[in-house]
Design a protein around this ligand. Structure first.
Ligand SMILES: Cc1cc2nc3c(=O)[nH]c(=O)nc-3n(C[C@H](O)[C@H](O)[C@H](O)COP(=O)(O)OP(=O)(O)OC[C@H]3O[C@@H](n4cnc5c(N)ncnc54)[C@H](O)[C@@H]3O)c2cc1C
Length: 484
């Protein structure tokens, strides 16, 4: 039996891999980028290209993105395998060398005997649904080619919606003033408590080097900070096109939009100085910019949280105001991009996430309304398992339960309010409160919980470790009972 996967991005690569490798199904993987790259792509022949940040978010089990990656690993994820082979140091985050990462995935898929790669743009789903494919996965991402987007709009009867993310600049590491910049990891209360409780599970098995720190930090005093915020506000921005409606994803607001929202917004957000004492003064600066390695070595650094729609000459002028960046050269400037997605809760079958209008067709990845590399890959992986069970085991795979990380994403796609539906990354807000029964069970083995005063709010670190425990238990039980 043959399955068509359209798009060899994060979601399509995972779906193709699991269908071919776990379920021994023949997969035809369609990808257009060698002839028609999207505006964000720069690598014509690499699958699963990371078009912006090289971070796959936290590795900690006390972070929802960490839990999601653990679930993916348990389901045989190719993304996780590749990330482990191409990891670059980034504190608690799983960051990768993007070329090694995509190169590994590309070679694995191209060399797989059950996968045929067809370098072609698909313009209509009927091209494939009229042929002998038993299932079709649409994983064409946030920059789905416009003809296919129009075909999907007609097919589903819903409007494709647009909103905007923005790309952060990358700095040439040799042009940073290292007499000002210093290495340190921003240690949050949760991270500190996490190490105290010894609950962090580093997926790579490597201990975090907390001594020196993986991030390069630029400290600002109050005057420097205020001047910088004023410059961001006044800087010239790229105007919107007529067809563009500026709707920003919450976690990806342009830096100038944050600056406009209040003088202190940045110093409490991407420029928060918590735990970043300046070795020159021994004191915490008023604010700090964090730079994360883009590749192994010190050659290039991403400005963390500095996605922007400022014009390029303005970016250079304003970012060079930052201490340590007076002579900075940029490998890549920040920019804006479009995002296309469908309103899944109105379109998908609750039992197996297939489209209601065509039960042989599935959406996977960002086009279905999840947000982010890991979330997109996770949904590609899950859709692969759903189709694999149907076609090669002849059974319907029960969907992962609520309060696992995957179950939270499934709930978002299935149960969200259609009026306010927009792409979502994994976060604690998607997990439900814990029941008294569960807490009572946990109190038997966690003395700190047993000692907690009744009706008092649980400490944040403890609460997160309990949520992680619940997710792990639910996921293991689901995997044990459902995956064949
Ligand atoms: C500019 C930009 C920056 C981003 N930055 C980040 C970030 O820093 N961190 C993060 O987590 N997420 C980021 N995202 C979101 C990120 O793109 C997604 O999270 C992730 O790539 C989505 O995976 P996907 O598989 O759904 O789509 P993609 O990875 O985009 O893959 C879709 C694939 O389908 C192909 N395709 C499209 N249409 C067709 C067609 N008609 N026929 C054949 N092939 C087709 C494309 O060429 C592409 O290879 C960014 C997105 C953009 C656009």
């Amino acid at each position: 039996m043959k399955v068509a996967v359209i798009g060899a991005g994060l979601a399509g690569s995972e779906a193709a891999w699991v269908l071919a490798n776990t379920y021994n199904l023949d997969v035809v993987l369609f990808e257009m980028k060698s002839s028609t790259p999207t505006p964000a792509q720069s690598e014509p022949h690499h699958f699963a290209e990371l078009v912006c940040s090289n971070s796959l978010k936290s590795k900690s089990r006390l972070n929802p993105a960490g839990i999601l990656k653990m679930e993916m690993q348990a389901l045989g994820s190719l993304l996780i395998r590749s990330a482990q082979q191409s990891e670059v140091p980034a504190g608690e985050a799983l960051a990768v060398d993007r070329e090694l990462f995509s190169g590994f995935i590309t070679r694995t898929l191209r060399n797989h005997p059950k996968i045929t790669v067809v370098e072609q743009q698909i313009r209509k789903i009927s091209w494939l649904s009229d042929s002998d494919f038993a299932a079709i996965v649409i994983a064409t991402g946030p920059l789905t080619a416009s003809e296919l987007a129009e075909d999907l709009r007609l097919m589903t009867g819903s409007n494709a919606l647009y909103f905007y993310d923005a790309i952060a600049p990358i700095i040439d590491g040799d042009t940073i003033d290292h007499s000002i910049a210093f290495y340190a990891n921003r240690k949050t209360r949760t991270a500190r408590r996490d190490s105290e409780l010894k609950l962090v599970q580093d997926m790579s098995g490597e201990p975090d080097n907390e001594e020196s720190g993986h991030y390069l930090n630029l400290p600002l005093n109050k005057d420097e900070y205020i001047a910088f915020v004023e410059a961001l506000k006044a800087g010239e921005k790229v105007p919107y096109h007529d067809f563009e409606e500026p709707r920003f994803f919450n976690g990806c607001q342009p830096i100038e939009v944050l600056a406009e929202s209040g003088e202190k917004t940045l110093s409490f957000g991407p420029m928060k100085p918590m735990g970043l004492d300046d070795p020159r003064t021994g004191r915490r600066p008023y604010a700090a910019v964090q730079l994360r390695r883009e590749k192994i070595g010190d050659g290039s650094f991403n400005m963390v949280g500095f996605q922007t729609r400022l014009k390029w000459p303005e970016q250079k002028r304003i970012f060079r105001m930052l201490p340590g960046l007076a002579n900075a050269e940029f490998h890549r400037m920040g920019s804006m991009h479009r995002n296309t997605y469908l309103v899944s809760p109105r379109l998908v079958n609750r039992d197996d996430l297939a489209l209601l209008c065509n039960s042989r067709v599935w959406l996977a990845g960002q086009i279905s309304g999840v947000e982010g590399y890991v979330e997109s890959a996770a949904m590609g992986l899950l859709v692969g398992h759903i189709i694999g069970h149907k076609l090669s085991r002849n059974i319907n795979l029960p969907l992962p339960p609520p309060d696992t990380a995957l179950g939270c994403l499934v709930a978002h796609l299935r149960d969200s309010d259609v009026k306010h539906y927009c792409p979502m990354n994994i976060h604690w807000g998607l997990f439900s409160e814990m029941s008294q029964e569960f807490l009572a069970e946990q109190a038997k083995v966690i003395p700190e919980l047993a000692a907690a005063k009744p009706n008092k709010k649980l400490d944040k670190g403890l609460k997160r470790s309990l949520l992680a425990n619940r997710a792990e238990a639910l996921f293991s039980a689901w995997k044990e009972s459902s995956l064949v």
